[in-house]
Design a protein around this ligand. Sequence first.
Ligand SMILES: [Zn+2]
Length: 444
Amino acid sequence: MKLTKLNNLTFGKSYDMHVHSGHWWCAASSDVPNAVRTPDGGYAVFKDLSCDVFELANGALSTQDNAVEKAIVSNLDCMVKTTPGTDKNTPFLKNETDGNLELLQKSTNKNEFLYATGQPGTGSAEALEKVINKAPEKFVGIKLHPKQLDLPADSPLYEPYMQLASKNKLPVLFHSQVAADWNTKDAQGNFIPTLIEDMSKLDASDPSKIYTLAKKYPDVPVIMGHTGAGAGALGHKKALDVILESIKNGDARLYCDISWIDFQNDLPSDNPESIVNLIKTLKQQNALDRVLFGSDVPVGMFGEKQASGFSSLSPSKIYDDMQNKIKTAIRNDSELSKDTDNIIDMIFYKNADELFFKKGWAQELTDNCINSTAKNIEKSGISKKGIVVFAGAAAILGTAAFLISKHKKNKAYINPPENKPVAGVQKLKTFAETGSNTVYHFER
Ligand SMILES: [Zn+2]
């Protein structure tokens, strides 16, 4: 009887879409062996934080509902410099080709998927494309870290990478962070942040800069990792406001992840109020699909602190605890409690499944392209029969071009930011030239 009951149970599951492997400069005290001075006067040690993410995430499960089934990893070696800090003249530990291919080689778990990490400014989108083409089924997104690149997210140097994402229908995960002053104290004597508003002093990863870039590529899903880290609730609110603006204007496809949002003393907060606020606000806008579960494992409390000798706490327990605290807060909220199971399912699993794997959004873009082409032909006065034939031909042509591009013979992408030379399918482009973001352009 008990077995039957168990068989009837449906367990939840998690997809962690923000995970790393590789090396990082971990904050340390001066007496930690090999600690070096950092530009801000502290100390750091260089450590390989690589771990088996599934072992870590599932090592201390309090409930099967918290089991991580898929994870999407990027290589910190393509983001970390050979000395602490983000100085432009200091090289990255690994270049785009070596770092991403090494990650691919090491990744043997079929449930582990990868971001290809780009290095705008020093690398090239062509180099990254070659890496992605080696294993297109494994690379399900692109990762860009403006802060580590020391390159504002609205720089034109990101555009070839966004074109690559558009062409391959890949979401792009950005590190997002705000600049803040931490010089003010509250009544209890704790330092509290003040957002820096001066446009010239914004963080390179500022949500507004990411939005500026994302608006040029409205067909590319852009994820703001950490939902604006760097100033607690103030930074998260700034990122949320940017997402709300993009939804109101319908001019970018912005997402966010909930890594590093509600923490106390570098541990998961008992009261994850910024996460609950984020969920409630986006749910009211019918945009709950924009929120994704990510952890940033093995950074911070999931490995960085242990590597520096600051903590002996088990990363597996912390990870399980974090999921429980967020889920409990959702269940306890009077507004969310009516739809708890669905909300948790969306944030921890379904949203990532749709964005990275099922990709209905990519199909929608193709469908819109066909509809928009047909509409434009209709306007031009061609008969209905002609429209059907033309739309059919456009569909076949579009699909064929996409498939061919996957085999590296042709290039096809959506909505290039500038007028690229167009050849081969000039006629289709003439009919479809509407300025709409859902129109296909072709290029040889
Ligand atoms: Zn990260």
